[in-house]
Write a protein that binds this ligand. Structure first.
Ligand code: DON
Length: 322
């Protein structure tokens, strides 16, 4: 047993040399274009309500750095909750396993902005991807980084290889003005002592992370380390251990798409994280990272045709963690 634990983890489980990835992406784009207009934009954030429903982009980053992309893959959009993967990684880097004393690792089965479980679970959010969990993660970052906002931007720029990544003040302001539920959530958690910094500072950081503008290629590259056992080829740095990369992927599978995580596991079968800007990142462990963007959302807040595109991608390639 001991000897086994010292072995290197299995890699290259999937041989994709027989796949015509450009042709697969072209098929998906054609199918998605025929359905343009489906879903609703996130109109609770003014700035997002104006994005038209005729935008679709998709990008794949393979282990050797090859990029395949299609459609509006270089158009920046608001990454919203996709940022929760990156802030979780930063918080784990800062405090390690101690994070799990403050945030659980269970799927919630409730909407991303629900407060329901917080009272009977005494201010411990179910997982780091629902808003409550992301606010605690933001609090951990505020306590452990001297310049939290700069550290976040630096992390995003290093992972994506794009110096352009930045916050969008209009989106952040728009969200702050309508952020009654997030404000309530942060204060509620504070009342249990599971947020220790100034609530407004935690919320400002959270609204900044949600407002970051990135495109599909940037985002697929930003999670490339999760498809490469924790090593980021873009910056040439190890971001997390291979074991932690598998753990973050497992959280994306069980909670990355909120109360649709079961449906995503069923139809897509890949770890994924969505945002209400219409982006979804996904990971094929040891093979590639992906990002898809279509701004129309389903009732759970996940990109309607983004989910469809990932479903078709999994079907056409046969790639799945199951
Ligand atoms: O907290 C909010 O309401 C948003 N800024 C982020 C939510 C989000 O992206 C949920 N994802 N599907």
């Amino acid at each position: 047993m001991r000897e086994r634990l010292q072995n290197k983890p299995v890699q290259n489980q999937f041989d994709i040399s027989g796949l015509d990835l450009p042709a697969i992406l072209a098929t998906i784009e054609q199918e998605v274009r025929a359905r343009f207009g489906e879903g609703e934009v996130a109109d609770y954030i003014d700035a997002l309500a104006k994005v038209p429903l005729d935008r679709f982009g998709m990008a794949l980053v393979l282990r050797d750095g090859t990029i395949h992309e299609i459609g509006d893959s270089r158009d920046p959009f608001s990454i919203q909750s996709i940022s929760k993967v990156h802030t979780l990684t930063m918080a784990l880097d800062a405090v390690g396993e101690a994070l799990w004393e403050r945030v659980d690792r269970e799927p919630s089965g409730d909407p991303f902005n629900s407060l329901l479980q917080l009272e009977y679970e005494k201010g411990i959010p179910r997982n780091p991807f629902m808003n409550a969990g992301a606010l605690v993660v933001a609090d951990v970052i505020l306590s452990n980084y001297a310049k939290p906002e700069e550290a976040l931007l630096e992390f995003m720029r290093a992972r994506s290889g794009s110096a352009d990544v930045g916050g969008d003040d209009v989106v952040a302001k728009s969200e702050r003005e309508s952020g009654f539920r997030n404000i309530a959530t942060a204060n509620f958690i504070r009342s249990y002592g599971n947020i220790v910094n100034d609530v407004d500072a935690v919320l400002d950081f959270y609204f900044l992370q949600c407002s970051l503008g990135m495109n599909c290629v940037d985002l697929a590259r930003s999670v490339q380390f999760l498809s490469h056992s924790g090593f980021c080829d873009v910056s040439g740095k190890r971001v997390v251990s291979w074991e932690l990369a598998t753990r973050i992927n497992s959280l994306m599978m069980t909670a990355g798409t909120y109360d649709a995580a079961g449906d995503f596991a069923f139809y897509v079968g890949l770890p994924a994280k969505s945002g209400v800007g219409g982006g979804i990142v996904a990971v094929v462990p040891h093979v590639m990272s992906l990002c898809v963007w279509y701004p129309g959302l389903d009732e759970k807040g996940n990109s309607m045709l983004g989910r469809y595109a990932l479903h078709r991608f999994a079907q056409l390639t046969g790639l799945s963690v199951f």
